[in-house]
Design a protein around this ligand. Structure first.
Ligand code: SAH
Length: 379
């Protein structure tokens, strides 16, 4: 299909079930046709109207005249030894986005992007390095899930979980995110339970409030990463807009309104975020809160000059947290070999490891570089 042909058509995956039903009724069709089209796209994984064999030919033609439902062009696919698969998909305007399939015992997770690029510029994450380009449409979010599910099914694994933890900030693209979640969740759509979906935010308070009101049962993960305003503002500039005190109040409000616990994600950077001082501050910050904590050892990103802690440091930190009453789980990175682990997603093909200009070193107060960890002892 040419760019010209695409420009006057809409991606059918931008339509909710109700939208599609209205369109079909407007075209003089019975409403059950909407069930059939949804079933083809979201349950049978059809990538064109042509193959929707239980629809009359004139209807298939009409749909193809007004809409498209083609797959993304997959520009690159990399598979790690443990089966984590990273896709680089090209969008109609040639922007590129990344999505990841993470198979595990008894489940398979799709990690999807919600924006092309990211505006939040966290000082440890590759996604923000090239800046922000645009929001993804609902169709672009859903189509990533469809593409990843197709790969998962090739390996006889149904896709069970979705994490909105790829490139971008989901709550900065709220409407399209919600529309996508509704399609993925709907029993007429992909029928993946809301509790099997996790929205991860850098802490956008207005979005968290809206999410609480949306009445969906999705999991909320908040990227914490700093133990006080100083470290958090350094690592996550968004903290200057939504500082910790307000963020914590918003988390409490979210928990109160939804009756659901929050997961805090916390990156472990040697000599910076996993120190005794950090543990004590976290103990105070999270005291009594209905939450769990995921500890994520820093994944190397060429532009940033950090290291993850070694095993002993990691153990000392987790032990200290548990003494302070914080239940924390260490998430070992998957997909590092193909630059598909947390924080390694970036728009466009991954450039070779850069050590030249453009490499960002941490500012001095936090810049004390840890001793190099001997090979094999990295966690
Ligand atoms: N904007 C959202 C969604 C992006 S997911 C958010 O901030 O939550 C971002 C997650 O990737 C972060 O919570 C962090 O856990 C992880 N991450 C980013 N860079 C990382 C890195 N270099 N090493 C390990 N984890 C990283």
């Amino acid at each position: 299909m040419t760019q010209g042909e695409l420009s006057h058509k809409e991606d059918v995956r931008n339509l909710s079930f109700e939208d599609l039903k209205r369109y079909l009724e407007g075209a003089g069709e019975k409403s059950f046709r909407a069930d059939q089209v949804f079933e083809w796209i979201y349950q049978k994984g059809a990538w064109s109207f042509d193959g929707m064999s239980n629809l009359p030919k004139p209807l298939r033609d009409r749909l193809a005249r007004d809409f498209y439902c083609r797959p993304f062009v997959s520009v690159q696919k990399q598979v790690s030894p443990e089966g984590t698969t990273k896709f680089l998909f090209e969008l109609n305007d040639h922007e590129k986005i990344e999505s990841v399939l993470i198979p595990a015992q008894g489940r398979a997770t799709a990690c999807v992007s919600t924006q092309a690029g990211c505006k939040f510029g966290c000082k440890f994450c590759a996604s923000g390095v090239g800046g922000w380009v645009r929001n993804l449409t609902c169709a672009e979010i859903v189509t990533q899930v469809l593409g990843v599910r197709e790969e998962s099914l090739k390996h006889k694994k149904p896709l069970t979980n979705i994490v909105f933890m790829g490139t971008g900030e989901p709550l900065d693209n709220f409407e399209n995110l919600m529309a996508a979640i509704r399609i993925i969740n709907s029993d007429k759509g992909m029928n993946i339970g809301a509790r099997h979906m996790t929205v991860s935010t850098a802490g956008l308070i207005p979005g968290m409030k809206e999410l609480a009101q949306a009445g969906l049962q999705v999991e909320l993960a908040v990227s914490l990463h700093g133990y006080d305003d100083e470290t958090r503002s350094f690592l996550m500039p968004v903290n200057k807009k939504y500082p910790l005190k307000e963020l914590m109040a918003a988390c409490l409000e979210y928990i109160r309104e939804t009756n659901r616990q929050i997961t805090f994600e916390y990156i472990l950077i040697r000599n910076l975020t996993c120190t005794e001082k950090a543990a004590r501050a976290l103990g105070k910050l999270l005291k009594g809160m209905l939450c769990k904590m995921n500890l994520i050892p820093y994944n190397p990103v060429p532009e940033f000059d950090y290291e993850p802690p070694n095993k002993l440091e990691l153990l000392a930190f987790t032990t200290r947290l548990s003494q302070l009453g914080i239940h924390a789980t260490v998430r070992m990175p998957r997909g590092r070999e193909v630059q598909a682990a947390c924080g390694q997603l970036r728009q466009g093909p991954t450039p070779p490891r850069a050590h030249g200009p453009g490499r960002v070193s941490p500012a001095r107060p936090y810049g004390r570089r840890g001793q190099r960890v001997p090979r094999g002892r990295r966690v």
